[in-house]
Design a binder for this molecule. Structure first.
Ligand code: ADP
Ligand code: ADP
Length: 219
């Protein structure tokens, strides 16, 4: 099992951002985490990447517990946050080389992820010279550096123009052939375009968990 969430709650002050959430994600599978702004999507994703801790419940990524085995979880997961901090003055390779050092991965792997994410024609440029779609590819390349089994993508297609959108959707679909992809969005069309399954969240609670095939057949 790639992701296993059992009775997770997250309480901020007096507010329950997540209320007793449970779900599982298989491998390989592209799962859309769909819900309006404020539903709790980022909170769930940050728990799965060990960035924050849940108030209650258990979660495992690649069978590693997010509370007790954070290092193994971080090795298993590639994370693309909604607002990926990028330094516009940095060259693409410079940025990736810095993160490669943090993760302890080779120069060859940097070239591999540049190729994998379709960055090759823009890879000699500064990040500030790239379009939003290419900047998003830099985020993907970074998330893939340590060759994780699971990719967690927070609103990966938000704010892209139609051409960039098609390219990034295709990139996600190709990654999803080999890896587990868990992506959040507030747009149903994004789920329809990319996902095998949708988990719908509203006000911190799961309201549906369905295969896209079942949705199309009206079940
Ligand atoms: P989504 O990603 O679906 O837009 P979030 O997980 O960002 O939702 O937020 C869920 C709820 O938790 C929102 O009501 C938000 O205001 C609240 N929230 C998120 N982060 C914090 C925080 N650090 N402190 C207090 N409340 C927070
Ligand atoms: P957002 O703007 O989408 O709410 P944040 O800026 O709060 O997201 O969080 C993004 C940060 O989370 C990253 O810059 C990174 O430092 C950290 N982070 C959390 N988990 C991981 C992980 N597994 N691998 C790498 N970075 C992580």
């Amino acid at each position: 099992m790639s992701i296993e969430v059992a009775n997770i709650s997250k309480i901020y002050g007096s507010q329950r951002a997540l209320n007793n959430i449970s779900f599982k994600v298989n491998k390989p599978e592209i799962v859309g985490f769909l819900g309006p702004n404020g539903a709790g999507k980022s909170t769930m994703m940050k728990i799965l990447t060990t960035y924050i801790e849940a108030s209650e419940g258990q979660a495992k990524v690649n069978n590693f517990d997010v509370n007790t085995n954070q290092q193994k979880v971080q090795q298993s997961v590639g994370y693309l946050p909604e607002h990926n901090p990028l330094y516009l003055e940095q060259y693409v390779r410079e940025y990736l080389a810095f993160n490669a050092q943090v993760y302890g991965v080779t120069k060859e792997r940097i070239e591999e992820v540049i190729q994998l994410t379709g960055l090759t024609p823009e890879s000699h440029k500064k990040i500030g010279q790239l379009s939003k779609g290419y900047r998003q590819r830099v985020g993907f390349a970074n998330a893939l550096l340590h060759n994780p089994d699971v990719l967690i993508l927070d609103e990966p297609t938000t704010g892209l123009d139609p051409n960039q959108l098609v390219d990034i959707r295709n990139l996600i679909k190709s990654i999803g052939k080999e890896k587990t992809v868990f992506l959040s969005t507030h747009i149903m069309q994004e789920v329809e375009a990319m996902c095998d399954r949708v988990i719908i969240i509203n006000k911190g609670e799961i309201v549906a968990d369905k295969k896209l095939k079942e949705l199309r057949e009206g079940q």
